[in-house]
Design a protein around this ligand. Structure first.
Ligand SMILES: *Cc1c(COP(=O)(O)O)cnc(C)c1O
Length: 235
């Protein structure tokens, strides 16, 4: 897509998305202010990020470390808050440490430990979300509850991490019942953890282009939107 195409598209799409978020928030007894839009720009050119910024969206999500770093070099606007939302391989940890506002995709105790120890070495705390595999699909990463309870609790106790909340990816389906159930399960897990003082974070990163309204009704504080904002990337 050309620069002009991105421009007209993002502006229009955002206006419609904000209306939908507002309505979903009302239905969920919540406030528009409590929901952050993370513009997922993976596989889109830097132009997409510039247009998001122009429209007042400063939270930008990428799913690959190399692409994130490349775009960070090109987009130097310091209002941008970078989010890492994709699976992180252990050997990529050093490259992403301290480079983002938030890592959404801490999906195993092993990865959590690696991030924590590197963060401790550098004297910083890394801001992260723990990814929960609520739908228990074998193709998905993340902590499965309660089977991986011990791993989850282990991650919560690590000194180099500041756990800000939980993230999940719903199954790929149009069945709203399944989607709602997935989001509700994660919100209830968060409430349970907070009640037992195991988790202090209040963030819930849930909802993508095809399910963000349900996610917001169920308590999402961060929706990760790619296609709804930018269309499908041209490869
Ligand atoms: C690509 C991606 C998204 C955005 O997906 P859309 O359906 O295009 O909105 C959200 N979260 C993660 C983890 C992704 O990889």
């Amino acid at each position: 897509m050309s620069q002009a195409t991105y421009k007209s598209r993002v502006e229009k799409a955002l206006a419609s998305i904000i209306k939908k978020i507002e309505k979903a928030a009302v239905r969920g007894g919540r406030n528009l202010r409590d929901v952050t839009i993370v513009a997922v720009t993976k596989s889109h050119p830097v132009t997409a990020i510039i247009e998001a910024i122009d429209c007042g969206v400063f939270d930008v999500g990428e799913n690959r470390v190399a692409e994130l770093k490349m775009k960070q070099k090109e987009v130097t606007d310091d209002r941008v808050r970078w989010h890492m939302i994709g699976h992180l391989q252990g050997r990529k940890v050093a490259g992403v440490l301290g480079a983002t506002h938030l890592i959404h995709s801490v999906d195993s105790l092993k990865l959590a430990k690696k991030l924590s120890s590197k963060a401790v070495e550098s004297g910083e705390k890394e801001q992260v979300l723990l990814q929960v595999n609520a739908s228990r699909e074998s193709t998905k990463g993340g902590f499965i509850f309660p089977e991986m309870e011990a791993d989850l609790y282990g991650a919560l106790g690590l000194p180099g991490l500041k756990i800000r909340g939980l993230m999940t990816m719903a199954p790929f389906t149009d069945d709203t019942k399944i989607l709602r159930n997935t989001f509700r399960t994660v919100r209830e897990l968060q409430q349970e953890l907070n009640k037992s003082h195991r988790l202090t974070g209040e963030e819930l990163s849930m909802g993508m282009s095809n399910d963000f309204e349900i996610a917001i009704e169920e308590g999402s504080t961060m929706v990760r939107l790619g296609t709804a904002l930018f269309g499908r990337p041209i490869q």
